[in-house]
Design a protein around this ligand. Structure first.
Ligand SMILES: Cc1cc2nc3c(=O)[nH]c(=O)nc-3n(C[C@H](O)[C@H](O)[C@H](O)COP(=O)(O)OP(=O)(O)OC[C@H]3O[C@@H](n4cnc5c(N)ncnc54)[C@H](O)[C@@H]3O)c2cc1C
Length: 438
């Protein structure tokens, strides 16, 4: 048959599709009849639901990622970006990490490039805003929060202190609520090591354009979450928009203004840019137009799933599957099976999964859950959140490392060190060179 299957993106959909293809096509892969390639800028898959825990220091960032080459020994991994998909010609343009772009030919393509932050043209946002989708962002944010506690502790000027200790999160979905709750919990815990900062000096503001938080857990549990956040002293502004944040001066649509050193933007996602740079059809929301069998509508040999694709929800006609890991993992399984069926000339099967609800962590020992109609809050929900994600994180190796991290944090308390200098590793050396010249 001699087929080349190319997977664009090594995240949830890419990794799980490749894992299943590796298993189902092991004979063809061994004989060379089939080749599978993944292209991704990173050499690892990020388990995104653990980003807030990594930001809070409960988990080592290395333990929440799955190394693609190790997990997928039968798959060829190329690091770089797909900048164009020309499905009519069955080629993509591949921009490697270093060097000139080149064409990569394929027979079957799987579009699994996920999503990026959906931003708005708000003055100052690109200067001070930070997203929350990658390990780099999670760790930078953690370092920043802890560094700003150091700044405030050492500052005389009350304005400098207030600005350093004001943290704004825009968007009260999964990512926004979890990162805010985890970081607030970590920062509050850390204040015990500072002489001049108490928990009440920290100001956390959550800005949300709609009238609710955490819609993923339903209205009742969303309302409970809102009460919890407010009880913890978090300033939640519903039906409020960020108007501008030039130079760190935050202006909200309710008329309030204040200075903040940190602004996290988690107000939604949009498909990865490569979907626009392709000849594949898009739906009205700019996602790849997918069918219920996870092919790209109107094409042969093209498949798509996950955040980058608009997949019809056959359990709720007229609606699309939400962009979440719950769908991405299950879609990857059906997608891989359909790729195998496609190669064997068999009929493809539909993707069918009814959304079962969600769990969210709200800091150490705190959580909220609404799964299969079972509503939990506080410690039981937090425990469920951890056990669920532990069962989902790929590979036994990672599961063991995650449990070890959690256990260590339980006995020795979490790490509260800012290693921000890692973002500027050459500063010390440059300063030494400058001294030598003098
Ligand atoms: C903080 C946070 C918490 C979350 N918590 C939950 C949760 O608790 N439950 C839940 O169900 N969902 C959760 N989600 C959502 C979930 O992580 C996503 O829905 C899921 O990752 C989507 O999978 P994907 O494969 O489509 O995209 P991703 O997993 O994002 O993978 C996309 C991959 O494509 C790569 N890529 C992008 N562009 C290109 C290109 N041009 N060329 C090559 N490669 C490219 C990227 O580098 C990435 O590796 C959370 C998300 C975040 C950010």
């Amino acid at each position: 048959m001699n087929q080349h299957i190319l997977i664009v993106g090594g995240g949830y959909v890419g990794l799980y599709t490749a894992l299943r293809l590796q298993r189902k096509l092991h004979r063809e892969l061994r004989s060379g009849e089939v080749r599978v390639t993944i292209i991704d800028p990173q050499s690892y898959m990020t388990y995104q639901p653990f980003l807030p825990e990594a930001a809070a220091g409960n988990l080592s960032p290395r333990h929440m990622v799955a190394p693609l080459r190790r997990v997928l020994p039968k798959v060829h991994i190329l690091n770089g970006t797909v900048t164009r998909v020309d499905h009519a010609e069955r080629t993509v343009t591949f921009q490697p990490a270093e060097g000139e772009p080149r064409q990569v030919a394929y027979d079957v393509i799987v579009m699994a490039a996920g999503s990026i932050s959906r931003t708005l043209p708000i003055p100052g946002l690109t200067d001070i805003g930070i997203g929350f989708k990658t390990v780099g962002e999670a760790i930078a944010l953690r370092n920043r929060v802890l560094h700003l506690l150091d700044v405030a502790e050492s500052a005389d000027d009350p304005e400098v202190r207030r600005r350093a200790l004001t943290f704004v999160v825009v968007g009260a979905g999964f990512a926004g609520v979890e990162v805010l709750a985890e970081l607030e919990d970590m920062a509050k815990h850390s204040t015990r090591y500072y002489r001049n900062i108490g928990p009440s000096d920290l100001r956390w503001v959550l800005v949300e354009a709609t009238g609710r938080v955490l819609p993923e857990v339903g209205p009742e549990m969303g309302r409970w979450t809102l009460e919890q956040l407010r009880e913890r002293g978090i300033d939640v502004r519903l039906e409020t928009r960020l108007e501008s944040c030039e130079g760190g001066h935050v202006v909200l649509s309710d008329g309030s203004e204040f200075d903040a050193e940190t602004l996290v933007w988690t107000a939604g996602v949009k498909p990865s840019t490569v979907v626009n740079d392709s000849d594949l059809p898009l739906d009205e929301r700019g996602r790849i137009k997918a069918t219920a069998v996870l092919t790209v509508a109107g094409t042969q040999g093209a498949f798509a799933a996950g955040d980058a694709a608009g997949v019809p929800d056959v359990t709720d006609p007229g609606q699309y599957c939400a962009p979440n890991a719950q769908h991405a993992v299950r879609q990857a399984k059906v997608l891989a099976d359909n790729v195998v069926r496609h190669l064997r000339g068999q009929e493809l099967v539909q993707y069918r999964h009814k959304y079962v609800g969600s769990v969210a962590g709200l800091g150490l020992h705190q959580g909220v859950a609404n799964v299969y109609g079972v509503k939990l809050r506080g410690f039981p929900a937090w425990f469920m959140h951890r056990t669920y994600h532990l069962s989902r994180v790929p590979t036994l190796n990672r599961k063991v490392r995650v449990v070890v991290d959690w256990t260590l944090a339980l006995f020795f308390k979490r790490e509260t060190i800012s290693l921000g200098e890692m973002e500027h590793p050459r500063d010390g050396f440059r300063a030494a060179v400058a001294t030598t010249r003098r």
